[in-house]
Write a protein that binds this ligand. Structure first.
Ligand code: SF4
Ligand SMILES: [Zn+2]
Length: 143
């Protein structure tokens, strides 16, 4: 783990976002990979205690994706950070981005039953704002 990663993980917002993405990843993994062995995530953020006692359980494949997401969040150059799905800078590799999209599509609507209601609502509101702004941008460029 780099010093910079550990430093960035001291930021409460970075820690909160990391917990959310890993929590959603665990919902996705439990629902779609129930036949796989799922164990508490071993990662740099886990080693730093970011997940406290609620370390998300993931299969080996999902754990790799979440380790990648931890790094992206830690090194995110955007502040304030938008939701990744609405980010112009998009720093994810294409296959990781696709996994995130699939994972969020599954876990987002189900997150309300798992204690992630507030992030889910924030996400929905931001998505609406983003769509509106996109429409306004398009309307202007069409002129
Ligand atoms: S996709 Fe954008 S918001 Fe998400 S981590 Fe990368 S730079 Fe930050
Ligand atoms: Zn999985």
């Amino acid at each position: 783990m780099t010093e910079r990663f550990a430093e960035r993980m001291k930021d409460a917002k970075v820690r909160a976002d990391t917990r959310i993405v890993a929590g959603l990843g665990a919902i996705y993994c439990a629902g779609t990979h129930a036949d796989r062995e799922r164990v508490p995530l071993g990662s740099n953020a886990a080693a730093l205690g970011v997940y406290g006692r609620r370390v998300p359980k993931l299969c080996a494949e999902c754990a790799e994706h979440i380790r990648y997401a931890e790094k992206r969040r830690a090194y995110c150059p955007r502040d304030p950070k938008p939701f990744c799905a609405h980010c112009d800078t998009h720093c994810y590799k294409a296959d990781e981005s696709e996994w995130q999209r699939q994972m969020m599509r599954y876990a987002g609507p189900r997150s309300i039953w798992h204690g992630y209601a507030i992030p889910g609502i924030r996400h929905a509101l931001e998505a609406r704002k983003w769509r509106r702004e996109g429409r306004t941008r398009r309307d202007h460029t069409d002129r």
